[in-house]
Design a protein around this ligand. Structure first.
Ligand code: GTP
Ligand code: MG
Ligand code: ZN
Length: 286
């Protein structure tokens, strides 16, 4: 008899599939290799529990490449305020890429305890900014609220190495006992503490811990998708219908930045990303 389950862990060619409360370590059928699709964590699959083999992969709602996960509802962006230092550029980049992948970005700031008074005031403004843009914002000690928000969802935890992803998951469920590393040691080693992708079940939520990654690119993201990932641009209109809010004349977005209606740091990051999109387009046409 076949069963439908979800892949929660992959280590080399061993796929761990959860069905109700059972775990099966399965192999993938050779046909997947021929069709050039590999089962990934989060995939809903049909297995033959007797043969321990994955027979079929259900159509995916969405699919992230790095980390490699399917059917994701939420990406929790662990954003460290210090060690490593806060990078709003990286945060905005995560938001754009996650939005493009039809996943809800949720921001979770960590290491607020390392801020001095002045930095705290600045941080509160940043928190207000992202909340006002419509994003859900947590601190990594809002454990109850985070658990409630992630209930019955598949969540990917993402963010720079050392941001505190594994630490947060351990706090959400101490029995996980994930490896964490002091930032200085982690950076010296130059490798991530977390090395494989795994789906954990924490009070009715599936959460994926991933190796942190520090660089991301906009592969596949074009100008329109980039613009669409900045909600604050949407209510302004420009002279050119296809305005990229860059060097164009009579640009409503640029005027809003000048008037202080759109945050400058967000707009500057947008311009940097636009540059990267142009660069990728050029490479494609070569
Ligand atoms: N002061 C402070 N330290 C924290 C906080 N959250 C995490 N840390 C520390 O930051 C270091 C890195 O945390 P990890 O949980 O290993 O980071 P990670 O994001 O899982 O890193 P990778 O697995 O390498 O991607 C550890 O020493 C944690 O104890 C926090 O809120 N405050
Ligand atoms: Mg980790
Ligand atoms: Zn414009």
């Amino acid at each position: 008899m076949v069963k439908d389950g979800i892949i929660i862990k992959i280590i080399s060619n061993d796929y761990t599939v959860k069905w109700e409360n059972n775990l099966y370590v399965c192999r993938a059928r050779g046909i997947f290799r021929k069709e050039k699709i590999s089962p990934v964590v989060g995939d809903l699959v049909t297995i033959d529990p007797a043969q321990k083999v994955i027979l079929k992969i259900k159509e995916r709602r969405n699919y992230l490449e790095r980390p490699c996960v399917a059917n994701v509802d939420i990406a929790l962006i662990l954003t460290s305020l210090k060690q490593p230092d806060l990078s709003l550029n990286l945060l905005d980049k995560f938001i754009t890429i996650i939005t493009f992948n039809k996943i809800e970005p949720v921001i979770c700031f960590s290491k607020i305890d390392l801020l001095n008074k002045e930095e705290l005031i600045n941080f509160n403004k940043i928190k207000e900014l992202y909340t006002s843009l419509g994003y859900k914002v947590f601190l990594n000690n809002d454990l109850k609220e985070i658990k409630k928000y992630l209930k019955n969802k598949i969540t990917v935890v993402t963010g720079q190495t050392g941001a505190g992803k594994s630490t947060l998951l351990n706090k959400l469920d101490p029995s996980l006992n994930l490896e964490t590393k002091e930032i200085s040691k982690a950076l010296n080693r130059g490798v991530h503490t977390t090395r494989h992708t795994e789906l954990y079940e924490i009070t009715n939520a599936f959460i994926v811990d991933t190796p942190g990654f520090s660089s991301l690119d906009f592969k596949n993201i074009k100008e329109d998708a980039l613009k669409a990932s900045f909600p604050e641009f949407q209510k302004y209109s420009c002279y050119f219908a296809n305005c990229n809010h860059d060097k164009e004349i009579k640009c409503g977005v640029k005027e809003a930045v000048k008037k202080g209606q759109i945050n400058e740091s967000r707009y500057n990051n947008y311009l940097k990303f636009l540059g990267e999109v142009y660069e990728n387009n050029r490479k494609l046409f070569k």
